[in-house]
Design a protein around this ligand. Structure first.
Ligand code: IVH
Length: 698
């Protein structure tokens, strides 16, 4: 099918089918055409315009219609063949056994239906299944003859594939020889999936970015693209890995020595040196156990080092597999259980510009709501102007979005081929959308900023940050309440938290006596929060929790920082010029000082209560410490507390700023590094304790 003209029409039709609940016989030809179009985009051009799930959904609709109306099945219907990934430039080879696809299931009910059919066909009460991950990569077929790898092929159209033997030989987890003769096997065809691990994918993309080369979209595209590369040496660089999960053909002298079940096949593959899912597999009896296992596995999907998009459940006994047989599309003895989709396509309806706590203006894409990974997504941050340019996003575009696990949703790419010409560029504002002051973008930064400190958007975000969990932790105030009070002008600046008009609040809906008492108590308690929390809560740019701790530990009163120069600030551990400048600027601004003085008057702690008083000043005052190895007389945390209690400071790494390295058992690289810096004193645990005791007794 020609895909260039009129993409827009097919896409419109696609959307219509995706949104309709019922597709009927009158649409069957049109649906077949739509699916053929998307197959071509996916398998030939490698530029899909819809997500896999959307494709699957339409495909299932066609299967259903064709089952109802068998007369409507045409030889070129997408259901009559498996998708093709044949590419020019490789020799086409015949698979020994057709490489079929898998039937899909999406919920427990689908699995129960499948199990019921299996039990009926087998005439048994409970069937033993082998469950393994459904690897999200590119499928591969390998043939070994007399223990030697003689051919590797892609799946192609299922009957024929591309000969990619030279590329496969560069994948280290594919053995070039394997002792199948131990099992009396002369020739064997095995199937599996080539994948790129998440870490390899990230490293690869990082290198590409450094070289200014195009990035790979996701690990799956990375794997399938890599298999078809013309230069095998390039394949080697990509750190691919192959999971081999199926034996499709065996020619053996003594068939009784060959595996009798799927689990035994995986064991044989493992023993022959393949990365079969031997450790990942689970053998269970009965469909309830299958369902429990796949659901539990889905919950831990993100902890795996590679991507999976579901589980595959296979009837374990080979004998029973043969009895169940196959359709032209898939074996009846196996089924894929697809996890919840993480990708979807939708329309970018518009862009809103939000102003954050530091004045940064962030564009947020407003999307036609779409369900993905169990939640409905209707807006996604698109970061900055550069990002918009890079992804070539326009208002009205179809976009592919992704939500992986806990990761916040992101736009993978726009789909320019789906444009009809009415799309509009995204224009960045020149003025703050909230206070209308002119936006600034310093040299070398990606972000436009509103620099008006009184900008309402910034003020409310600053209050939200101030009360947040890691700052002053005033939980009963929370983001929603801050916004509500701010809107009603009951709270207009940070100090206002401590002078809230509770009479006015008590007239609001949802604020009974109990919640007001809680709120009062939480606000009161926050006055005693340690100094670093207050400092962090001020929301000074680049001052995270750790930096706040370092600085807070260094002063007796927060306002001392008024006297610090940038150079002095840079003397503190882990504080570089950028952070130092930001802190300096904050403490030079008269409004910052007014704010801190106000807070102190309202009863907040600006003194460092943990820090020893000035004269005594702690026996380890001015000295820096680091522990390495295992301590025997006390816990690491206790030793560290001892240092701090005596006025010493802890460092996180060995550098010339370190005075003492205390070495426990099995110390490693830190000790080696410290030995090279001759200003560092290296102490044993006993020497350290002696030092603390003798100095404290003084
Ligand atoms: S078995 C005859 N097992 O999923 C049975 N397939 O959507 C052949 N896949 O074409 C497939 N992990 O590329 C099987 N553990 C696994 C799999 C797996 C991933 C792929 C395979 C197949 C596709 C079907």
């Amino acid at each position: 099918m020609n895909t260039t003209p009129n993409n827009a029409d097919v896409l419109q039709k696609t959307q219509e089918f995706l949104q309709r609940l019922i597709i009927d016989i009158a649409d069957i030809a049109s649906l077949q055409q739509v699916l053929r179009f998307h197959e071509h985009r996916y398998y030939v051009l490698h530029q899909p315009l819809i997500s896999d799930t959307e494709y699957d959904h339409l495909y299932q609709q066609l299967v259903r219609l064709e089952q109802q109306y068998p007369a409507a099945v045409t030889p070129d219907s997408p259901t009559q063949r498996v998708g093709s990934d044949l590419n020019e430039g490789f020799t086409t080879v015949q698979h020994l056994v057709p490489m079929l696809s898998l039937e899909n299931s999406y919920n427990a009910e689908d699995l129960r239906d499948w199990d019921r059919k299996n039990r009926e066909a087998a005439g048994t009460d409970a069937i033993t299944y082998c469950i393994e991950p459904k690897f999200d990569g590119a499928s591969i077929s390998l043939i070994y003859e007399s223990d030697r790898l003689v051919r590797a092929a892609t799946r192609g159209d299922g009957v024929q594939g591309d000969d990619i033997t030279n590329n496969a030989k560069r994948i280290k987890s594919i053995p070039l020889t394997a002792p199948f003769s131990n099992y009396g096997i002369e020739q064997i065809e095995i199937r599996g999936e080539v994948i790129m691990r998440k870490d390899a994918f990230e490293t690869f993309n990082q290198k590409q970015a450094e070289l200014g080369l195009p990035l790979l979209a996701n690990p799956r595209n990375a794997a399938s693209g890599s298999l078809r590369m013309k230069n095998p040496a390039e394949v080697a660089k990509r750190n691919l890995e192959a999971f081999l999960y199926n034996v499709s053909y065996i020619n053996a002298k003594q068939p009784n020595r060959t595996p009798q079940s799927h689990a035994e096949s995986l064991q044989m593959l493992w023993d022959c040196g393949f990365r079969s899912p031997q450790q990942e597999k689970q053998v269970v009896t009965g469909i309830d156990a299958v369902i429990a296992h796949v659901l539990a596995f889905e919950a831990q999907r993100d902890t795996l080092p590679y991507e999976i998009d579901g589980m595959v459940i296979k009837v374990n006994s080979h004998h029973l597999q043969e009895q169940l047989g196959m359709t032209s599309h898939h074996p009846r003895w196996a089924i894929a259980f697809k996890f919840k989709a993480r990708q979807a396509t939708t329309t970018l309806l518009g862009v809103e510009f939000q102003v954050g706590r530091t004045g940064a203006v962030t564009p947020v894409a407003k999307l036609a709501p779409v369900a993905i990974g169990g939640v409905t997504v209707s807006s996604i941050s698109i970061h900055n102007e550069e990002y918009i340019k890079e992804k070539d996003l326009r208002i009205g575009d179809r976009v592919l979005i992704e939500r992986a696990g806990d990761v916040i949703p992101q736009i993978v790419q726009s789909l320019p081929d789906a444009r009809n010409g009415s799309e509009q560029p995204i224009v960045f504002p020149t003025h703050c959308p909230v206070c209308n002051s002119i936006l600034h973008k310093p040299e070398g930064e990606a972000v436009w900023r509103c620099i008006n400190p009184d900008c309402k958007a910034q003020v409310v975000e600053r209050i939200i940050h101030f009360v947040s969990k890691d700052a002053m932790d005033i939980r009963s105030l929370g983001e929603a309440n801050v916004r509500k009070f701010f809107e009603l002008a009951l709270l207009t600046q940070i100090p206002g938290i401590y002078t809230l008009n509770f009479d006015a609040i008590s007239t609001l809906e949802g604020f009974g006596k109990k919640s007001i008492d809680n709120l009062k108590a939480a606000i009161e308690a926050s006055k005693q929060q340690p100094l670093y929390r207050l400092l962090y809560g001020l929301g000074i740019r680049f001052v995270g929790e750790t930096t706040a701790k370092t600085i807070a530990n260094h002063v007796t009163h927060l306002l001392e920082l008024k006297q610090y120069s940038i150079e002095q600030l840079m003397q503190l551990e882990d504080i570089g010029p950028k952070v130092a400048t930001s802190i300096y600027e904050f403490f030079q601004a008269p409004e910052s000082i007014t704010l801190l003085e106000q807070l102190e008057t309202l009863g907040l702690q600006l003194t460092n209560t943990k820090k020893p008083a000035a004269q005594g000043d702690g026996q380890l005052q001015g000295k820096t410490f680091l522990f390495t190895g295992t301590l025997t007389q006390m816990k690491r945390s206790e030793a560290e507390a001892l240092v701090e209690a005596n006025g010493g400071k802890l460092l996180s790494g060995v550098s010339s700023k370190l005075n003492y390295l205390i070495v426990g058992d099995d110390a490693g690289s830190k000790l080696e590094k410290a030995k090279k810096i001759n200003t560092i004193s290296i102490l044993t645990e006993a020497e350290f304790l002696h030092m603390v005791q003798s100095t404290t007794n003084n």
